[in-house]
Ligand binder design. Structure first.
Ligand code: ATP
Length: 296
């Protein structure tokens, strides 16, 4: 048995995020185009003779107990399969935390996939996804990865052809946005039809490998709540557009903003300015990456 596994937990952005309605049970029915990006957290899994789950992380403010999603993911499989040995987890976070990039969900997904291999549990991707949804609505997507249509409350997943490749500039301003606040202040029944993103048009553009067809349709209904409260989100978008981005949008419930660039040079220059230069006031964390699509 291999006693050490190295895993990558990739972050996601939403190319489109629409909310159809608020259900009677309080959940929101969504239609989202999810896309994995090349930015990842590194996870090392070690089997230990000492029973229990131990976590180490580079971010001192993250929980290392049962509140960490990697703990919950490990416990779920270890209890079900009566795994008696212990697990040590080293989690090196790069994906911004509480930022709309599903970092925690992706960590949980990677641990489920990793333990399945490590202990030869024999679970299929679908069986892992069924277990993952108990940890969070985005976990099944983080197991599937790539370009995906997500519906229902996020659990109905349809894989799409890979989104055309381009540069992705990510910038998270120095603010925290609570997902709960955003959804509570979203009055979707007051949206005019043209305020909803054209998700069907975006799917067609992806099917035709038409990058500009996608970038022309980027849209996230949650921006209406966050941009009003945090104008810095719009400032970052404006800066990226002026710098040559062919499209910009807030990811998930924010506050991370992404800009899509066709020109690697323009993307690198905008990255430098936001990271070290005259516009470093706008963002606390900045990364330059690209689309990530797993082989299916
Ligand atoms: P989403 O896009 O799904 O809304 P997010 O980017 O907003 O996700 P995360 O970074 O996944 O949010 O996590 C938010 C909260 O979850 C944090 O407040 C953090 O304390 C807790 N948490 C638990 N485990 C993890 C983990 N492994 N990585 C990051 N956050 C974690």
């Amino acid at each position: 048995m291999t006693t050490h596994f190295k895993l990558r937990a990739y972050g996601k952005i939403n190319l489109g995020l629409d909310v159809l309605r608020k259900r009677e049970d309080g959940y929101h029915e969504v239609r989202m185009i999810m896309q994995t990006v090349g930015l990842f957290d590194q996870i090392d899994l070690f089997i230990s003779r000492e029973p229990g789950i131990r976590i180490e992380t580079n971010l001192p403010y993250l929980p290392v107990n049962e509140n960490n999603l990697v703990y919950k993911a490990s416990r779920l499989l270890m209890e079900e399969f009566q795994i008696k040995s212990g697990i040590n987890i080293r989690l090196r976070k790069l994906i911004p935390v509480a930022a709309g990039m599903a970092g925690g969900s992706s960590d949980a997904a990677a641990v489920l996939v990793g333990l399945n291999k490590m202990f030869h549990l024999g679970l299929t991707e679908r069986e892992l996804m069924e277990r993952g949804v108990k940890l969070g609505a985005d976990v099944p997507y983080c197991i599937m990865r790539g370009t995906v249509l997500s519906e229902g409350i996020g659990e109905k997943l349809t894989p799409l052809p890979p989104m055309p490749q381009c540069q992705v500039l990510l910038a998270k301003p120095a603010i925290s946005v609570s997902t709960k606040f955003v959804y509570e202040n979203l009055h979707i029944d007051q949206f005019a039809p043209e305020e909803h993103p054209d998700i069907d048009g975006m799917i067609r553009a992806i099917q035709h490998n038409d990058l500009y067809g996608v970038t022309d349709r980027l849209g996230n209904v949650l921006e209406k709540v966050t941009v009003k409260k945090y104008p810095v989100i719009e400032e970052i978008k404006d800066y990226m557009k002026k710098s040559g981005a062919v499209g910009t949008l807030m990811s998930g419930s924010g506050p991370t903003v992404f800009g899509l660039f066709v020109s690697p040079k323009a993307a690198a220059e905008a990255y430098e300015e936001l990271r070290y230069g005259s516009r470093r006031d706008l963002a606390r964390q900045t990364y330059l990456t690209n689309m990530y699509n797993p082989k299916r």
